[in-house]
Design a protein around this ligand. Sequence first.
Ligand SMILES: O=P(O)(O)O[C@H]1O[C@H](CO)[C@@H](O)[C@H]1O
Ligand SMILES: [Mn+2]
Ligand SMILES: [Mn+2]
Length: 393
Amino acid sequence: MTMKEKVFKRVFLVVIDSFGVGAEPDWAEYGDDPSLNTALHVIDDRPAPSFLWSRGLGYLLKEEPIKQPSVVAKLQELSKGKDSTTGHWEIAGLVMTTPFPTYPHGFPPEVMEEFERRIGTKTLGNFPASGTEIIKQLGEEHMRTGYPIVYTSADSVFQIAAHEDVIPVEDLYRMCEIARELLTGDHAVARVIARPFAGKPGEFYRTPRRRDFSLPPLGHTILDELVEKGIPVVAVGKIHDLFAGRGISQSVHTENDAEGIKALQELSKTFQQRGLVFANLVDSDMIYGHRRNVEGYYQNIMMIDEGLSLLYDNLTNEDLLIVTADHGNDPTFPKHTDHTREYVSFIACSPSFTEGSFLGTLRGYVHIAQTVIEALGVESARKWGRTLLKEDV
Ligand SMILES: O=P(O)(O)O[C@H]1O[C@H](CO)[C@@H](O)[C@H]1O
Ligand SMILES: [Mn+2]
Ligand SMILES: [Mn+2]
């Protein structure tokens, strides 16, 4: 039996945030560069992450043979955007043809005046910045005035940074909820993000209680379809936030990728129903990618790779593991600290697979959605994309 006709009991869908595999053709529209390749530049000539490398990452990056049974593809994003929300929604079957609004010059007066009126205080910043840089720059003034720091980036994000001793995290979350409520219509940004920090001036550090307040998906996704059909969707890490909790049966909050990997390993033992476990591992992007920290990014990938290998040991012939990403964030790129417009990997493996195959470069993360729906044996009225586990489509 080849891998092509099988229905699985469980699908583990793991997004390694920002782990792109090479610049997409429309890189210039995103201020990027054709040479970008997050995974290739992170691994470089260091020892390869063996679990992923032998199942297709080596092929995608250096055309090395696929040594372990797997189905491999390189996927090009259809949606206009290189942010997490856009990428994850397309993985779940929803293509954003109109990009979310972005604010290269900061948010307009009508937004900021209304926001300040609603939160009852002035704000600082209101321009695109690296989140760690802007708290270095404005953290002391924030502590002196009590004004929260607002900033954005190349993505459609309204970010609020505040010191936990100046604005308690719960109050910061309240401010984010207010921003979320007023950022609608032409100013419906994809995400409002709470960025709590602590420490003394010159030694500020961000605390793990970041929280994303995403728009609910602007259309149907396979998560909605699975939950409507009574098939559980267990969200690990940022997935709950990225889908605003919709189409999710259970959510496992994690504070870092080590916890994310542990949660996946735990679920491989405890989650015994037919269903989807959908995980986001964010540290590669948040702690290393945006900070242009190549060595840290590499160590994180090696930790994830080891963790996926141990997860895989717990899987049976009834299980399918898919590893992918949502965009790039090449830490060797000096021109900005934003995401980079890149292809993502599709690496699917199961103990029931008997061969390794590369399907080519395909347009659309939506094929992941179709693959998940068919892998779980769900008769869907919709065609989300083409399944990547059948040759004859
Ligand atoms: O620089 P920090 O605060 O990490 O923010 C980054 O995180 C956001 C979400 O990925 C990106 O849009 C970028 O602004
Ligand atoms: Mn992301
Ligand atoms: Mn990011």
